[in-house]
Design a protein around this ligand. Structure first.
Ligand SMILES: *[C@@H]1O[C@H](CO)[C@@H](O)[C@H](O)[C@H]1NC(C)=O
Ligand SMILES: [Zn+2]
Length: 240
């Protein structure tokens, strides 16, 4: 089965310090308002809804996912911009503190567009606020943390990986999100603590420091817990 997300996520490391700026502003611009996708955005989602949603998600990421009650722990983000843009090839592109959402993608989506857009923003806004070890963290882990947010927020689609699936801890997206969920079961607040360690660099030892077990042991135990399912998204759940 094809992977359900085809995000192209471009993360720029933002090295300037803006201590003191803690509450981010939220801006939305529809650069595609005359295209069919931009028109669908206005009709089914709209700028006011998006701004409110951004506030909700921003809070959720700070309080629940990254647990950064101390503003000094947060990534300095003065303003998050969402641009609705007429482009093809990805659902969204996150660049620095900006998220370009594809009007072409919005037009083609079949189903509840508001729900899908909300799920997309939970993922993309996580990229805006998460630490990535100044680019040293594996991409699969960075994507896994973003999908962990949609898992916890319960905005994940039916095709989202089931627990125990995947072939590698840093396979990315939903597979890594499920592994992070397991690590969180061992050490409460694991994702938040790992993110905090990833401010300047990345080391696989972070997993051991947080759980007491080396990463490869954690992955083996995770797979063993679910009966060593080999191929990720092909499994069906048992029905009584
Ligand atoms: C996002 O869209 C804006 C507005 O059209 C554009 O200027 C910018 O280059 C785009 N960014 C990326 C990374 O494509
Ligand atoms: Zn992503």
């Amino acid at each position: 089965m094809a992977h359900y997300y085809f995000f192209l996520c471009i993360l720029f490391t933002f090295s300037l310090s803006f201590y003191g700026i803690s509450a981010a502003n939220h801006q939305v611009t529809n650069f595609a308002e005359k295209t069919p996708g931009g028109i669908r955005f206005t009709k089914e989602i709209g700028i006011p809804f998006t701004k409110t949603l951004m506030g909700t998600i921003n809070n959720y990421i700070w309080t629940t996912i990254l647990q950064q009650s101390d503003p000094a722990d947060r990534k300095p983000v003065p303003t998050v911009n969402i641009y609705i843009v007429d482009f093809k090839g990805a659902e969204a592109i996150t660049w620095g503190d900006n998220i370009n959402v594809s009007a072409v993608y919005l037009l083609g989506y079949q189903g509840n567009l508001k729900w899908e857009f909300t799920s997309l923003l939970y993922h993309e806004m996580t990229h805006v606020f998460q630490w990535n070890g100044e680019g040293k963290a594996p991409t699969g882990l960075v994507e896994g943390v973003a999908d962990y947010t949609i898992l916890k927020a319960k905005y994940f689609p039916p095709a989202f990986a089931k627990p125990g699936t995947g072939n590698k801890w840093d396979q990315g997206y939903d597979f890594t999100a499920r592994f992070l969920e397991y690590c969180d079961g061992i050490t409460p607040g694991f994702v938040a603590k790992l993110n905090k360690k990833m401010r300047k660099t990345f080391d696989v030892k972070f997993f051991q420091e947080l759980t007491g077990k080396p990463l490869d042991t954690l992955w083996k135990n995770y797979k063993a817990k679910y009966g060593n399912i080999k191929h990720g998204d092909e499994i069906t759940e048992f029905v009584n």
